[in-house]
Design a protein around this ligand. Structure first.
Ligand SMILES: [Zn+2]
Length: 414
């Protein structure tokens, strides 16, 4: 468990960079004695605070997101496995340090994951945290995460993993930066965590939950993003999917509010649409920790050498990063966070998302080379979905049938 104290911050973290912090003090020093200087400085601080209050609060920025993705997907990072993975971990640690965050693992920013040989290291998670200011909530933790590893270089071919998951790491670094810069701070502790070895079977997140530096029963919300820079099938714009609200429905209005006015449509889906745990939410879901999984879904570049930085949809990545940041800020400052609700709640709105996805995929059936048999199943499923939506209600049997069809369709296309 890490030592809980407020991160060291300087005035520079709180004031806009454009406020000249030295020059007025020099002028004041020439014309005032020490006591008057103090008054002058107080006035300056008030003025700077007012300027800070007027300036819009920090939010994830497209230029910074683009730069992070370009760096992490560059050939020097070797597809973020082996030496390239080490390099990526160092890059993330340097960013966390520069934001003034505290190390998560007993004074260290990294948690080593042992390999099969005694004494060997297979990888490392990178984590930092921002301490909560509310004494009544200082035992509570929120985790925001993304995995930084990818497939490496296979048979001499680089797999850059720009979407998978440099896009998620870019979001994570921007959320970390903005959190550390927001003047009001956070009420409960927020962890920013980059997992290694996700591609090998969620190995980094599994290791984390088995060797967590904080008590897992105090982790009140887990958020992860994996592949948030493209569109399902390369065509389902402007959709981004969020899974996990079925076990914490009270998070839905928070997501809705955070997505208001953004250039992205959030589609809430049940995680049971996926046949296996597809990302690092898995080990947290298994422990009944409320979680949110953000993804734009599989696309033609998935696990291919063509998953390059120049083909990411950066405005969309910015919009999703801002939605996640909005939810994190809300969760960090809320009076209470929703508990895990054991009986999953599946709203009919989920079927509207399914309907729209099916329609879009069918519109692109030639480009996606969807087989006639799959198209037949898609049209049938679409009709059932429309019937459910017309009625405005569905039974659990109806949902099971729709879900099974959707799983077969996704499996056949991707
Ligand atoms: Zn991934």
């Amino acid at each position: 468990m890490p030592h809980v104290s407020r991160p060291r911050r300087t005035a520079g973290d709180f004031f806009p960079r454009s406020v000249p912090r030295r020059r007025p003090a020099r002028i004041a020093g020439r014309i005032m004695k020490v006591r008057a200087l103090r008054v002058g400085l107080a006035v300056l601080i008030v003025a700077a605070s007012a300027a800070g209050a007027q300036a819009s609060p920090p939010e994830p920025e497209v230029g910074r997101l683009r730069a992070h993705v370009a760096t992490l997907a560059a050939p020097e990072y070797g597809g973020r496995r082996g030496e390239g993975g080490r390099k990526a971990a160092a890059y993330i640690e340097a960013a966390f340090r520069s934001y003034g965050l505290e190390p998560l693992f007993d004074g260290q920013f990294t948690q080593e994951i042992p390999g099969p040989q005694p004494g060997s290291v297979a990888g490392r998670n990178v984590g930092a945290y921002l301490a909560g200011s509310d004494p009544e909530r200082r035992d509570e933790w929120i985790i925001v995460s993304a995995h930084f590893d990818h497939l490496g270089v296979i048979n001499g071919v680089l797999y850059p993993g720009a979407d998978d998951d440099a896009s998620g790491v870019a979001m994570l670094l921007e959320v970390a930066r903005c959190l550390s810069r927001q003047p009001e701070g956070v009420r409960r502790n927020v962890i920013v965590l980059a997992f290694d070895l996700e591609e090998l079977g969620l190995f980094g997140s599994r290791w984390f939950v088995e060797h967590s530096p904080v008590p897992l029963d105090q982790v009140r919300l887990f958020i992860t993003a994996d592949m948030i820079g493209r569109a399902l099938g390369g065509v389902c714009e402007p959709l981004a999917f969020v899974m996990g609200t079925e076990n914490a429905p009270a998070l839905r209005p928070w997501i809705e509010a955070a997505a208001q006015g953004r250039d992205v449509r959030i589609g809430l889906l049940g995680t049971d649409l996926l046949l296996v745990d597809r990302s690092d939410y898995g080990p947290f879901r298994a422990r009944k920790i409320p979680y949110l999984f953000f993804s734009t879904g599989e696309n033609p570049h998935y696990h291919r050498p063509s998953d390059t930085a120049d083909t990411i949809n950066y405005p969309k990545l910015e919009a999703i990063s801002r939605v996640i940041y909005g939810v994190v800020r809300r969760a960090a400052s809320a009076d209470a966070l929703p508990n895990w609700s054991p009986e999953p709640d599946h709203p009919v709105a989920e079927v509207a998302i399914l309907r729209d996805v099916l329609r879009t995929l069918l519109d692109h059936r030639e480009g996606l080379q969807i087989k006639p048999g799959t198209q037949f199943l898609m049209r049938n499923t679409l009709r059932s979905a429309e019937a459910v939506l017309k009625r405005g209600a569905m039974t659990s049997t109806e949902r099971s049938v729709l879900l099974r069809a959707a799983q077969i369709i996704m499996f056949s296309i991707f």
